[in-house]
Ligand binder design. Sequence first.
Ligand SMILES: Cc1cc2nc3c(=O)[nH]c(=O)nc-3n(C[C@H](O)[C@H](O)[C@H](O)COP(=O)(O)O)c2cc1C
Length: 186
Amino acid sequence: MIKIAIIVGSTRPGRKAEAVAKWVYEIAKKRSDAVFEVVDIEDFNLPLLDEPVPPSLAQYSQPHTKAWSAKIAAFDAYVFVTPEYNHGTSGALKNAIDFLYHEWNNKAAGFVGYGSAGGTRAVENLRLIMGELQVADVRAQVALSLFTDFENFTTFKPAALHEKSVNAMLDQVIAWGGALKALRNK
Ligand SMILES: Cc1cc2nc3c(=O)[nH]c(=O)nc-3n(C[C@H](O)[C@H](O)[C@H](O)COP(=O)(O)O)c2cc1C
């Protein structure tokens, strides 16, 4: 069965990302066609990229990079839970992505965004980044609104309809994550 990481894309104190990622995980774990784990970038204490050699050469010098690499390498696919900061993803998530290269290649990804416009601009930003990392990002995505899915713009209370969109996104991530296994095993 393929392994999917649900990546918590914010390290901001008081972040919404954690509640959103837990909600995604609760929906995902009802499925029997993949195994899921929440991966919190905050747990890896990544500084701003401090590797002297570009990640594509995989010559990591820092213990935090090695730990992050080992974690990410273990998955077949990813669900990025992303806030929208100035119409892009968070600096913390972009930095964490930039630390690695081969670990992401030939894998699949889906997105759960949130913001005033459903985090859609942050997800578009991530799709460009995925192209460079050779990640197959799926069409179906989850767009949560700060206006209607967070009480007082704070407490996460997602509308019921979003459970269906999480599963639609996961269907595609699981299909592509599995299909690309042949390529990864080459
Ligand atoms: C630096 C910054 C920039 C932001 N820019 C946007 C934006 O462009 N679009 C948007 O919808 N929300 C924007 N927001 C609001 C965030 O969507 C909101 O604060 C959200 O809770 C951030 O996610 P987090 O709590 O998981 O860090 C911004 C927030 C911050 C802190």
